[in-house]
Design a protein around this ligand. Structure first.
Ligand SMILES: [Zn+2]
Length: 492
């Protein structure tokens, strides 16, 4: 038995200001030949898990590229094609193979490719032929085309947002695919299009119970896996939208019924599961009203994990104008400012232009008298599910009562270690501003006295009726009030 594995992904915000280039992969995750190190990247970890399981069975594994870029704008065409073609060349060299396992995101868009995963699995299927089992693990912010569900044999999607369960889902997919390779299981994929877009937090009701119910349905009545692809509502492509995926052991009729039942339940909950956000003034006032800190304010609009640059200044400017101290902000992605501070060194005090550099969505830069409190070259910090994130060079700056973490590699703040690594103790402060939409919740909820989701101006507009949508297949809620007024399915 010989298996082929690969990972390729990013989450494309189709109107974000920065293109996704090769450097975005190199500074996030780009591994060849299985060299994942001691702490694998969240998207690379499934390849390590599958390799270990295969080894126990005495099966060979050919491990190709493992690559993931911090979310940004549309991927440069040549970058996608080169990475894709590297995987395809490795596969051709490895042929014949008996199975394919892929760790993908599901919302990767490149110039000329609205759905990179659809393109990739189609080309893999052309090489391996119709009979070789292929399984894919996806991030729940995925778009799933009908062709994708036809090309692969099993799909397992993260259930949790924050994504704390990528390893568990890799185990789930392995179980299904191992039985398929052994010939004791014949997976069938059912898919139901909920005709809606949105961003749903699984940390609160009623999504929490919906996720628990999906898990409880697994393992009986021939149901191998139940997933919800939330979709990525800032990725304007035809297949954008929320989908229920059910994988059964050769019982597509039952799977279709279950997928539709769950999808219609979710549709009924659409208003309740849509998060509510407050404006900057309300966020700051509410934070100050808390007797004890820290209060965590999530700057969701500038979340680098959703395509935001990570250098916007809107919230910080109001905090400075209102004279708020005992606060920390992390991070600000500013390679130029980082370089200046690294050069100046610890203890240096000088005037610095900080943040606000990428475009209008970043606001105006801040001009501050800063003190460099600490410098770490090539910094790694803890992240979700035991993984870690690369910050590049990172500095701790202090100005006007606020501590800032400023760094040179774009990434999201998912863990208090983002501050602690530099020497800042966020538990001692009143207000902690994180540039994250929801992933911060897993770890920051352990230290926060209160969490406030703030909708500042920026790249990620929360009101879906204001997000630019030209390519998305219609009808879809909330762009269309009643997408169920027609019986005809969306074309993708
Ligand atoms: Zn995601």
């Amino acid at each position: 038995m010989k298996l082929f594995t690969a990972c390729l992904g990013t989450e494309t915000h189709t109107t974000a200001p920065l293109p996704t280039d090769l450097a975005a992969f190199e500074s996030s995750h780009l591994v060849r030949g299985g060299d994942h190190g001691d702490v694998p990247h969240m998207f690379g970890a499934p390849l390590v898990i599958w390799r270990e399981h295969a080894k126990k069975r005495g099966w060979d594994v050919v491990e190709s590229l493992s690559a993931f870029a911090t979310p940004s704008g549309i991927t440069v065409r040549k970058v996608y094609e080169d990475l894709r073609d590297e995987i395809l060349a490795d596969l051709k060299a490895a042929m014949p193979v008996d199975g394919v396992l892929l760790s993908l995101h599901g919302a990767m868009v490149a110039e000329g490719y609205d759905d990179c995963e659809d393109d990739l699995v189609h080309r893999i299927r052309e090489i391996v032929g119709p009979d070789i089992p292929m399984g894919a693990e996806l991030d729940l912010h995925c778009h799933i085309t009908r062709r994708f569900t036809n090309e692969v044999n099993a799909i397992v999607i993260y259930k949790e947002y924050p994504h704390t369960d990528s390893r568990e889902r890799a185990e789930d997919l392995w179980k299904i695919m191992e039985a398929t390779f052994d010939g004791t299981c014949k997976p069938a994929i059912s898919s139901f299009d909920c005709r809606m877009i949105g961003c749903y937090h699984t940390t609160r009701e009623p999504m929490r119970s919906f996720v628990d119910r999906m898990s409880a349905l697994e393992g009986k009545d021939g149901v191998l896996s139940v997933s919800l692809g939330h979709g990525f509502p800032w990725g304007d492509v035809p297949a954008e939208g929320t989908r229920v995926i059910v994988v059964t052991d050769d019982n597509k009729t039952f799977g279709d019924e279950l997928a539709e039942k769950l999808g219609r339940e979710l549709w009924q909950m659409r208003d309740e599961i849509t998060p509510r956000y407050v404006d900057i003034e309300t966020a700051i006032t509410d934070a100050l009203a808390e007797k004890e800190g820290p209060v965590v304010i999530a700057d969701m609009a500038d979340n680098p994990g959703g395509g935001g640059p990570g250098d916007s200044t809107f919230i910080i400017r109001r905090m400075l104008e209102r004279g708020i101290g005992m606060a920390c902000v992390g991070g600000i992605w500013d390679p130029v400012a980082t370089g200046i501070c690294v050069g100046a060194g610890i203890g240096a005090k000088f005037q610095l232009r900080l943040g606000g550099k990428t475009g209008k969505v970043s606001g105006d830069p801040l001009d501050l008298k800063v003190e460099v409190k600490n410098v770490i070259r090539d910094a790694y910090v803890k992240s979700l599910g035991g993984s870690q994130r690369y910050l590049g060079d990172a500095v701790w700056l202090h100005a006007e009562g606020i501590d800032f973490v400023v760094h040179s590699a774009r990434t999201q703040n998912n863990h208090p270690h983002f501050f602690e690594a530099l020497g800042i103790d966020p538990t001692k402060l009143r207000i902690v501003v994180v540039k994250s939409m929801q992933h911060f919740h897993a770890e920051y909820s352990k230290i926060a006295k209160k969490i406030i989701y703030c909708a500042a101006p920026g790249t990620l507009e929360w009101d879906m009726t204001k997000v630019s949508h030209d390519k998305i297949a219609r009808p879809v809620w909330p762009i269309d009030d009643d997408p169920w007024a027609t019986n005809s399915e969306r074309p993708w």
